[in-house]
Design a protein. Sequence first.
Lengths: 154, 154
Amino acid sequence: MLNSALDPTDLEILRLLQRDASLTNKELSYKLHKSIATIHERVRRLKEQGYIQRIVAILDRKKIDKTLIAFSQVLLNDHTATTLNTFEKEVVKFPEVMECFQMTGTFDFILRIATRDMEEYHLFYRKLATLPKITSVQSFFVLSETKSDTAYPL
Amino acid sequence: MLNSALDPTDLEILRLLQRDASLTNKELSYKLHKSIATIHERVRRLKEQGYIQRIVAILDRKKIDKTLIAFSQVLLNDHTATTLNTFEKEVVKFPEVMECFQMTGTFDFILRIATRDMEEYHLFYRKLATLPKITSVQSFFVLSETKSDTAYPL
DNA sequence: GCTGAAATAATAGCGTT
DNA sequence: AACGCTATTATTTCAGC
């Protein structure tokens, strides 16, 4: 295929699979009024071309005892490549860190931390604070979840 | 079943499906040295009991033109139930808002916003700022993604 | 609650338009 | 590309332990 842009059928498949990837090709074919073979080929291509990165199970964090979610804003001493790389290399090793983004603005990184409770967060915090070149870590805790979505608007 | 606690087999199934939910029961049965029927029953129960909330496709945001990710910290004028509820009810309607959490600390809510570019973010920002009872919105933008995971440590 | 086998359903590959 | 057909593979159910 020369042109890899997405047509309306592709977009609709992506919309649906972002919400529910357990939909079968048969079910998609009903919804989109296409043959199963066509859907099968579209989905295969969307995976092959990397639009669909992976299929994952989303768990209920309260049922698996990850009651406490924190966002931690990290400020580093300096912004040399070495300092940034070392921090990134070390921080991803912590299992409690689900996400880490380098950011614009008044801090350098934001982390999403999942722990069982405040005690476990405290243990993590002490590990984090010992990493080199950290100026400050400011923590904010989730009180309630208003919306939690992995699907991008398409 | 009277006792709904998770045994090591359940935990391993959840660990694996959080990473790759396209694993077949057959593949899981190899990895866990159990029969397919056993795995099937375990997975069915994990879904039925709500440990597995849903199966979703994770897309490559750069390929679908969601280049700009922002975290927006929102501070409200007051914290009456009406103010909080109104904000929550309205903010979830914006397609750009993938996540919204009420937080402890120096602001009230943190939002994760996905847009195509700064222009689209600006349009969202203007819509957001017109919601009632908003004191301030502070925006931070993702420069780079160090780690991005939907899987909880188990 | 686990196993193995049989019935049902989905996916993958191929030839035609 | 889209479709229909067929072969392969996976899921689901169930009787027996």
